[in-house]
Design a protein around this ligand. Structure first.
Ligand code: TXA
Ligand code: MG
Length: 329
Protein backbone atom coordinates (compact mmCIF):
# COMPACT_ATOMS: atom_id res chain seq x y z
CA UNK A 1 0.00 0.00 0.00
CA UNK A 2 1.38 3.37 -1.04
CA UNK A 3 1.58 5.73 1.97
CA UNK A 4 1.74 9.47 1.21
CA UNK A 5 4.89 11.17 2.44
CA UNK A 6 4.82 14.37 4.44
CA UNK A 7 6.81 17.20 2.89
CA UNK A 8 10.30 17.49 4.39
CA UNK A 9 13.84 18.02 3.08
CA UNK A 10 14.27 14.23 3.10
CA UNK A 11 11.03 13.72 1.15
CA UNK A 12 12.05 16.25 -1.52
CA UNK A 13 15.50 14.63 -1.93
CA UNK A 14 13.91 11.19 -2.17
CA UNK A 15 11.22 12.29 -4.64
CA UNK A 16 13.70 14.19 -6.85
CA UNK A 17 15.94 11.10 -6.88
CA UNK A 18 12.97 8.98 -7.99
CA UNK A 19 12.29 11.45 -10.82
CA UNK A 20 15.94 11.25 -11.92
CA UNK A 21 15.57 7.45 -12.02
CA UNK A 22 12.51 7.71 -14.29
CA UNK A 23 9.90 6.98 -11.60
CA UNK A 24 6.48 8.61 -11.08
CA UNK A 25 5.92 11.09 -8.24
CA UNK A 26 2.45 12.42 -7.42
CA UNK A 27 2.53 15.88 -5.86
CA UNK A 28 0.09 18.63 -4.88
CA UNK A 29 -0.37 21.84 -6.84
CA UNK A 30 -2.80 24.65 -6.02
CA UNK A 31 -5.19 23.31 -8.70
CA UNK A 32 -5.18 19.49 -8.45
CA UNK A 33 -2.62 16.77 -7.69
CA UNK A 34 -0.26 16.03 -10.57
CA UNK A 35 1.30 12.74 -11.68
CA UNK A 36 4.87 13.85 -12.25
CA UNK A 37 7.74 12.47 -14.33
CA UNK A 38 11.00 13.87 -15.74
CA UNK A 39 9.77 15.77 -18.81
CA UNK A 40 13.04 14.95 -20.65
CA UNK A 41 12.81 11.18 -20.11
CA UNK A 42 10.66 9.35 -22.72
CA UNK A 43 10.55 6.12 -20.67
CA UNK A 44 9.27 7.98 -17.61
CA UNK A 45 6.71 9.79 -19.81
CA UNK A 46 5.52 6.46 -21.18
CA UNK A 47 4.86 5.35 -17.60
CA UNK A 48 2.54 8.36 -17.10
CA UNK A 49 0.41 7.33 -20.08
CA UNK A 50 0.32 3.72 -18.89
CA UNK A 51 -0.63 4.64 -15.30
CA UNK A 52 -3.40 6.98 -16.46
CA UNK A 53 -4.64 4.84 -19.33
CA UNK A 54 -4.36 7.98 -21.43
CA UNK A 55 -3.98 8.01 -25.24
CA UNK A 56 -0.36 8.83 -26.19
CA UNK A 57 -1.36 11.71 -28.49
CA UNK A 58 -2.69 13.81 -25.59
CA UNK A 59 0.01 16.33 -24.65
CA UNK A 60 1.28 16.91 -21.10
CA UNK A 61 1.89 20.16 -19.22
CA UNK A 62 5.51 20.79 -18.22
CA UNK A 63 5.79 22.31 -14.74
CA UNK A 64 8.68 24.68 -14.17
CA UNK A 65 10.31 26.13 -11.05
CA UNK A 66 11.11 29.54 -12.55
CA UNK A 67 10.14 31.61 -15.59
CA UNK A 68 13.68 31.77 -16.96
CA UNK A 69 13.31 28.05 -17.77
CA UNK A 70 10.63 28.87 -20.41
CA UNK A 71 13.39 29.22 -22.98
CA UNK A 72 14.53 25.62 -22.41
CA UNK A 73 11.12 24.41 -23.60
CA UNK A 74 9.67 27.04 -25.95
CA UNK A 75 10.76 29.01 -29.03
CA UNK A 76 9.63 32.32 -30.56
CA UNK A 77 8.18 33.33 -27.20
CA UNK A 78 5.86 36.33 -27.73
CA UNK A 79 6.04 39.36 -25.42
CA UNK A 80 2.52 38.51 -24.29
CA UNK A 81 3.78 35.22 -22.82
CA UNK A 82 6.38 37.00 -20.68
CA UNK A 83 3.70 39.43 -19.55
CA UNK A 84 1.35 36.59 -18.62
CA UNK A 85 4.11 34.77 -16.77
CA UNK A 86 4.92 37.92 -14.82
CA UNK A 87 1.29 38.56 -13.87
CA UNK A 88 0.00 35.05 -13.20
CA UNK A 89 2.95 32.79 -12.28
CA UNK A 90 3.28 31.06 -9.98
CA UNK A 91 -0.42 30.33 -10.47
CA UNK A 92 -3.21 28.37 -12.15
CA UNK A 93 -2.43 29.37 -15.76
CA UNK A 94 -0.89 27.12 -18.43
CA UNK A 95 0.61 28.80 -21.49
CA UNK A 96 0.75 26.97 -24.82
CA UNK A 97 3.78 28.12 -26.78
CA UNK A 98 5.79 26.97 -29.80
CA UNK A 99 7.92 24.08 -28.68
CA UNK A 100 11.72 24.01 -28.60
CA UNK A 101 13.06 21.33 -30.99
CA UNK A 102 14.38 18.97 -28.29
CA UNK A 103 11.13 18.65 -26.28
CA UNK A 104 10.13 14.94 -26.29
CA UNK A 105 7.26 14.03 -28.63
CA UNK A 106 5.44 12.39 -25.74
CA UNK A 107 5.20 15.76 -23.97
CA UNK A 108 3.79 17.57 -26.98
CA UNK A 109 1.57 14.75 -28.26
CA UNK A 110 3.35 15.15 -31.59
CA UNK A 111 2.24 18.80 -31.92
CA UNK A 112 4.48 21.79 -32.54
CA UNK A 113 3.51 23.38 -29.23
CA UNK A 114 4.22 22.81 -25.54
CA UNK A 115 2.18 23.61 -22.40
CA UNK A 116 4.08 25.29 -19.54
CA UNK A 117 3.15 26.44 -16.05
CA UNK A 118 4.68 27.37 -12.70
CA UNK A 119 2.37 26.06 -9.97
CA UNK A 120 1.67 28.15 -6.85
CA UNK A 121 2.09 25.46 -4.22
CA UNK A 122 5.05 25.39 -1.83
CA UNK A 123 5.40 21.59 -2.13
CA UNK A 124 5.35 21.66 -5.95
CA UNK A 125 7.82 24.55 -6.01
CA UNK A 126 10.21 22.86 -3.58
CA UNK A 127 10.08 19.62 -5.58
CA UNK A 128 10.75 21.54 -8.82
CA UNK A 129 13.64 23.38 -7.18
CA UNK A 130 15.19 20.17 -5.84
CA UNK A 131 14.75 18.36 -9.18
CA UNK A 132 16.02 21.38 -11.14
CA UNK A 133 14.27 20.70 -14.46
CA UNK A 134 10.78 20.42 -15.96
CA UNK A 135 8.29 17.95 -14.49
CA UNK A 136 5.59 16.74 -16.87
CA UNK A 137 2.41 16.25 -14.87
CA UNK A 138 -1.15 15.55 -15.91
CA UNK A 139 -3.78 15.38 -13.20
CA UNK A 140 -3.15 12.23 -11.11
CA UNK A 141 -6.35 10.40 -12.07
CA UNK A 142 -7.18 7.72 -14.59
CA UNK A 143 -8.07 9.12 -18.02
CA UNK A 144 -11.52 10.75 -18.19
CA UNK A 145 -12.14 10.63 -14.44
CA UNK A 146 -12.47 13.20 -11.68
CA UNK A 147 -9.17 14.91 -10.81
CA UNK A 148 -7.69 14.40 -7.33
CA UNK A 149 -7.60 17.31 -4.87
CA UNK A 150 -6.24 15.30 -1.92
CA UNK A 151 -3.54 12.62 -1.53
CA UNK A 152 -6.21 10.04 -0.61
CA UNK A 153 -7.86 10.54 -4.03
CA UNK A 154 -4.55 9.76 -5.75
CA UNK A 155 -4.16 6.54 -3.77
CA UNK A 156 -7.72 5.51 -4.57
CA UNK A 157 -7.24 6.23 -8.30
CA UNK A 158 -3.70 5.10 -9.02
CA UNK A 159 -2.52 3.16 -5.96
CA UNK A 160 0.75 1.37 -6.61
CA UNK A 161 1.09 2.69 -10.17
CA UNK A 162 2.75 5.72 -8.50
CA UNK A 163 6.18 5.35 -6.88
CA UNK A 164 5.66 8.10 -4.33
CA UNK A 165 2.90 10.50 -3.30
CA UNK A 166 3.67 13.72 -1.45
CA UNK A 167 0.82 14.87 0.76
CA UNK A 168 0.26 18.63 0.65
CA UNK A 169 -3.28 18.63 2.04
CA UNK A 170 -6.33 19.77 0.09
CA UNK A 171 -5.69 21.85 -3.05
CA UNK A 172 -6.72 25.48 -2.61
CA UNK A 173 -8.13 26.14 -6.13
CA UNK A 174 -9.60 22.70 -6.77
CA UNK A 175 -10.06 22.91 -10.59
CA UNK A 176 -7.40 22.43 -13.27
CA UNK A 177 -5.48 25.44 -14.57
CA UNK A 178 -6.75 27.85 -17.20
CA UNK A 179 -5.10 27.01 -20.55
CA UNK A 180 -4.19 29.94 -22.83
CA UNK A 181 -2.78 29.22 -26.28
CA UNK A 182 -0.31 31.92 -27.35
CA UNK A 183 1.26 29.88 -30.16
CA UNK A 184 -0.88 31.33 -32.95
CA UNK A 185 -1.73 34.74 -34.33
CA UNK A 186 -4.35 35.42 -31.64
CA UNK A 187 -4.67 34.28 -28.02
CA UNK A 188 -7.09 31.41 -27.48
CA UNK A 189 -8.62 30.17 -24.25
CA UNK A 190 -8.59 26.36 -24.42
CA UNK A 191 -9.77 25.55 -20.89
CA UNK A 192 -11.42 27.94 -18.40
CA UNK A 193 -10.02 28.00 -14.87
CA UNK A 194 -9.38 30.21 -11.86
CA UNK A 195 -7.57 32.78 -14.01
CA UNK A 196 -10.67 34.14 -15.74
CA UNK A 197 -11.11 35.32 -19.32
CA UNK A 198 -11.60 38.86 -17.94
CA UNK A 199 -8.32 38.71 -16.01
CA UNK A 200 -6.53 37.50 -19.16
CA UNK A 201 -8.18 40.19 -21.29
CA UNK A 202 -7.02 42.88 -18.86
CA UNK A 203 -3.40 41.97 -19.47
CA UNK A 204 -3.68 40.94 -23.14
CA UNK A 205 -5.51 44.16 -23.95
CA UNK A 206 -8.11 42.12 -25.85
CA UNK A 207 -10.42 39.22 -25.03
CA UNK A 208 -8.96 35.79 -25.82
CA UNK A 209 -10.70 33.85 -28.56
CA UNK A 210 -12.90 31.19 -27.01
CA UNK A 211 -14.22 29.40 -30.07
CA UNK A 212 -12.82 25.97 -30.73
CA UNK A 213 -11.37 25.92 -34.23
CA UNK A 214 -11.07 22.99 -36.62
CA UNK A 215 -7.32 22.75 -36.16
CA UNK A 216 -7.41 23.27 -32.38
CA UNK A 217 -4.73 21.33 -30.55
CA UNK A 218 -5.95 18.30 -28.64
CA UNK A 219 -7.06 19.12 -25.13
CA UNK A 220 -8.40 16.06 -23.36
CA UNK A 221 -10.20 18.30 -20.88
CA UNK A 222 -12.14 19.65 -23.85
CA UNK A 223 -13.67 16.28 -24.73
CA UNK A 224 -17.42 16.40 -24.03
CA UNK A 225 -17.20 13.55 -21.52
CA UNK A 226 -14.48 14.14 -18.93
CA UNK A 227 -14.04 14.63 -15.19
CA UNK A 228 -16.70 11.92 -14.74
CA UNK A 229 -17.52 9.86 -11.65
CA UNK A 230 -18.76 6.27 -12.06
CA UNK A 231 -22.25 7.16 -10.85
CA UNK A 232 -24.46 8.72 -13.56
CA UNK A 233 -24.63 12.45 -12.91
CA UNK A 234 -27.29 14.98 -13.87
CA UNK A 235 -27.22 18.76 -13.73
CA UNK A 236 -30.61 20.25 -12.80
CA UNK A 237 -32.18 23.68 -12.47
CA UNK A 238 -33.19 24.37 -8.84
CA UNK A 239 -36.89 24.02 -9.67
CA UNK A 240 -36.41 20.56 -11.19
CA UNK A 241 -34.68 19.09 -8.14
CA UNK A 242 -37.66 18.19 -6.00
CA UNK A 243 -39.75 16.45 -8.72
CA UNK A 244 -36.68 14.64 -10.07
CA UNK A 245 -35.66 13.35 -6.64
CA UNK A 246 -39.23 12.22 -5.99
CA UNK A 247 -39.45 10.39 -9.31
CA UNK A 248 -36.12 8.62 -8.79
CA UNK A 249 -36.95 7.62 -5.21
CA UNK A 250 -40.32 6.30 -6.39
CA UNK A 251 -38.43 4.09 -8.84
CA UNK A 252 -36.49 2.70 -5.90
CA UNK A 253 -33.27 4.53 -6.78
CA UNK A 254 -30.85 6.00 -4.25
CA UNK A 255 -29.79 9.57 -4.88
CA UNK A 256 -27.07 12.01 -3.77
CA UNK A 257 -27.84 15.69 -4.19
CA UNK A 258 -25.26 18.50 -4.32
CA UNK A 259 -27.01 21.84 -4.00
CA UNK A 260 -26.60 25.26 -2.44
CA UNK A 261 -30.01 25.23 -0.79
CA UNK A 262 -31.32 22.49 1.45
CA UNK A 263 -33.89 20.31 -0.33
CA UNK A 264 -37.24 21.97 0.48
CA UNK A 265 -39.21 18.94 1.54
CA UNK A 266 -38.58 16.69 4.54
CA UNK A 267 -39.67 13.69 2.47
CA UNK A 268 -36.47 14.10 0.55
CA UNK A 269 -34.60 12.84 3.62
CA UNK A 270 -34.22 9.54 1.83
CA UNK A 271 -31.63 11.11 -0.44
CA UNK A 272 -28.20 12.15 0.76
CA UNK A 273 -27.58 15.88 0.63
CA UNK A 274 -24.15 17.54 0.32
CA UNK A 275 -24.44 21.31 0.87
CA UNK A 276 -22.41 23.36 -1.62
CA UNK A 277 -21.16 26.92 -0.98
CA UNK A 278 -22.79 29.82 -2.87
CA UNK A 279 -19.37 31.37 -3.58
CA UNK A 280 -17.79 30.21 -6.88
CA UNK A 281 -14.20 29.91 -5.58
CA UNK A 282 -15.28 28.04 -2.44
CA UNK A 283 -17.49 25.78 -4.58
CA UNK A 284 -14.62 25.03 -6.98
CA UNK A 285 -12.31 24.19 -4.10
CA UNK A 286 -14.49 21.38 -2.74
CA UNK A 287 -16.30 20.18 -5.89
CA UNK A 288 -14.02 17.25 -6.80
CA UNK A 289 -13.79 16.07 -3.18
CA UNK A 290 -17.60 16.03 -3.02
CA UNK A 291 -17.79 14.14 -6.34
CA UNK A 292 -15.30 11.55 -5.04
CA UNK A 293 -17.36 11.20 -1.82
CA UNK A 294 -20.67 11.05 -3.66
CA UNK A 295 -19.31 8.40 -6.02
CA UNK A 296 -17.99 6.30 -3.12
CA UNK A 297 -21.52 6.06 -1.68
CA UNK A 298 -22.44 3.82 -4.61
CA UNK A 299 -25.85 5.46 -5.12
CA UNK A 300 -27.79 5.20 -8.39
CA UNK A 301 -27.66 8.89 -9.30
CA UNK A 302 -25.75 12.05 -8.45
CA UNK A 303 -27.88 15.17 -8.95
CA UNK A 304 -26.31 18.61 -8.98
CA UNK A 305 -28.06 21.96 -8.86
CA UNK A 306 -26.89 24.02 -11.84
CA UNK A 307 -24.90 27.01 -10.54
CA UNK A 308 -25.67 30.54 -11.76
CA UNK A 309 -24.73 31.50 -15.34
CA UNK A 310 -22.51 34.37 -14.09
CA UNK A 311 -18.93 34.66 -15.39
CA UNK A 312 -17.25 33.67 -12.10
CA UNK A 313 -18.92 30.26 -12.46
CA UNK A 314 -17.58 29.56 -15.98
CA UNK A 315 -14.89 27.04 -14.93
CA UNK A 316 -17.18 25.22 -12.47
CA UNK A 317 -19.97 24.96 -15.07
CA UNK A 318 -17.53 23.75 -17.70
CA UNK A 319 -16.41 20.85 -15.45
CA UNK A 320 -19.96 20.04 -14.30
CA UNK A 321 -21.25 19.87 -17.87
CA UNK A 322 -18.44 17.52 -18.86
CA UNK A 323 -19.01 15.35 -15.78
CA UNK A 324 -22.66 15.03 -16.77
CA UNK A 325 -21.85 14.26 -20.42
CA UNK A 326 -20.69 10.72 -19.75
CA UNK A 327 -22.71 8.32 -21.90
CA UNK A 328 -24.08 6.32 -18.96
CA UNK A 329 -27.73 5.86 -19.65
O1 TXA B 1 -3.97 22.40 -13.22
C1 TXA B 1 -3.45 21.69 -14.07
O2 TXA B 1 -3.24 22.08 -15.23
C2 TXA B 1 -3.07 20.26 -13.62
C3 TXA B 1 -1.94 20.36 -12.61
C4 TXA B 1 -1.36 19.01 -12.22
O3 TXA B 1 -0.95 21.22 -13.07
N1 TXA B 1 -2.70 19.48 -14.76
C5 TXA B 1 -3.61 19.06 -15.66
O4 TXA B 1 -3.07 18.21 -16.61
O5 TXA B 1 -4.78 19.34 -15.61
P1 TXA B 1 -3.96 17.35 -17.60
O6 TXA B 1 -2.99 16.58 -18.45
O7 TXA B 1 -4.94 16.57 -16.83
O8 TXA B 1 -4.62 18.42 -18.48
C6 TXA B 1 -3.78 19.23 -19.23
C7 TXA B 1 -4.45 19.65 -20.49
C8 TXA B 1 -4.79 18.46 -21.34
O9 TXA B 1 -6.13 18.56 -21.71
C9 TXA B 1 -3.85 18.60 -22.51
O10 TXA B 1 -4.40 18.11 -23.70
C10 TXA B 1 -3.59 20.10 -22.54
O11 TXA B 1 -3.53 20.45 -21.21
N2 TXA B 1 -2.33 20.42 -23.19
C11 TXA B 1 -1.09 20.16 -22.77
N3 TXA B 1 -0.18 20.55 -23.68
C12 TXA B 1 -0.87 21.08 -24.71
C13 TXA B 1 -0.52 21.64 -25.98
N4 TXA B 1 0.73 21.72 -26.37
N5 TXA B 1 -1.52 22.08 -26.76
C14 TXA B 1 -2.81 21.98 -26.38
N6 TXA B 1 -3.20 21.46 -25.21
C15 TXA B 1 -2.26 21.01 -24.39
MG1 MG C 1 -6.71 15.77 -16.33
Amino acid sequence: MNQPLHPSAKTFEFAAELLVRGCLVAFPTETVYGLGADARNPEALTRIFRAKGRPADHPLIVHLGSADQIEHWAHDIPDQAWKMAECFWPGPLTLILKRAPDVPELVTGGQNTVGLRIPAHPVALELLKTFGSGIAAPSANRFGRVSPTAAAHVIAELGDAVDCIIDGGACSVGLESTILDLSGTSARLLRPGAVTADALANILGTAPNMEATANAPRVSGSLPSHYAPDTPLRLLEATAIEPTVRALLAEGMSVVLLSMRQPPNAQLDACRWFPMPPDAAAYAQILYARLHEADALGCDRILIERPPAASEWTAVLNRLERSAARPHQ
